[in-house]
Ligand binder design. Structure first.
Ligand SMILES: [Zn+2]
Length: 304
């Protein structure tokens, strides 16, 4: 759903990450498996490399016990969580965008986190990748457990790479649209009571086939259905406040059109004039921003 964003470059990030681990010790262990794997590929390889490592491991699952012991995530989980708090930009769940995942400082000045770290390629399937930096995705509890419940990912190699939020060429956000779709003729009749319109719409994720198994695995369409009202509210505002009306109001109130549009429709585009400054893209840091934005783009075309 949303790409994982790091606060420093990937090379520097990887260097810092390796400092948390006893790389020489892990290298000796991996060399002992005789899988011809480079320890750096295992620990800081990107998702395409990790899929290759997994496939090499899957031909030698007799190593499972050794891998579970050698790549002990629980032993390192505290330090890894601290690392993510420091270097990863968190706001909403990278899989669903429905829940906040954030950090805060408590009254004793300790860094706290409101997120879990999901093993994208499950530990139960490939314990060799339990400590792999780009196999870790900050997520909400529900998405983390949903994936943990399935011992093995249902995705093929190509899908696994395309759907991974840490992948450098991750395009889910651009390629997929989340939209409320009218299911019958009543959906098209204007009803001032938006709540009565809910049953006439279904939420659908439109996009290339490569993402569909992942969308199904996370039950995203079903989970978004509960939040349909977010999109219908946006649609209702788009219907009421057309571009022409906003231009009229803008002249009357002597305010720029985009300011009025943002105030009425919510900040649906990245605004340089945001009240919290250019660094704080308010909408992006709010849950279901993509759902509202996709709805806006369909129901509020520029020439309306
Ligand atoms: Zn989630």
């Amino acid at each position: 759903m949303k790409a994982v964003k790091y606060k420093i470059g990937r090379d520097d990030l990887a260097k810092e990450y390796l400092k948390l681990l006893d790389v020489e010790d892990l290298k000796a262990k991996v060399d002992g498996y005789n899988l011809s794997l480079d320890i750096e590929d295992v620990l800081i390889g990107d998702i395409t490399t990790l899929v290759k490592c997994r496939n090499a491991y899957l031909e030698h699952t007799e190593l499972k016990k050794r891998c579970v012991k050698d790549f002990d995530y629980d032993k390192h989980s505290g330090a890894i969580a601290e690392f993510f708090i420091k270097y990863v930009d968190t706001s909403t769940c990278h899989y669903c965008d429905m829940a906040y995942i954030n950090t805060y400082i408590d009254s004793d000045d300790n860094n706290r986190r409101v997120f879990e770290l999901d093993h994208y390629i499950p530990r139960s399937e490939c314990p060799l990748l339990a400590l792999s930096l780009f196999n870790l995705v900050p997520s909400c509890q529900y998405c983390n457990q949903r994936i943990k419940h399935s011992k093995k990912s249902a995705l093929n190699d190509e899908e696994l790479i395309a759907c991974c939020p840490t992948y450098e060429n991750y395009h889910f956000e651009e390629d997929v649209q989340i939209l409320p779709i009218p299911m019958d003729i009543n959906a098209l009749n204007y009803n001032p009571d938006t709540s009565k319109q809910l049953k006439h719409f279904r939420v659908r994720f439109f996009g290339p086939d490569i993402y569909q198994s992942h969308i199904k695995e996370l039950k995203l369409e079903d989970r978004y259905q509960y939040h349909l009202c977010e999109a219908l509210r946006m649609k209702d505002k788009c219907d009421r406040y057309t571009k022409g009306k906003i231009d009229e109001l803008s002249k009357l109130l002597d305010l720029p059109s985009y300011t009025l549009r943002d105030n009425i429709l919510g900040p649906v585009t990245i605004r340089k004039e945001d009240a919290l400054g250019i660094e704080f893209d308010a909408e992006y840091k709010r849950t279901m921003a993509k759902f509202r934005k996709d709805t806006y783009n369909i129901y509020y075309p520029e020439d309306k």
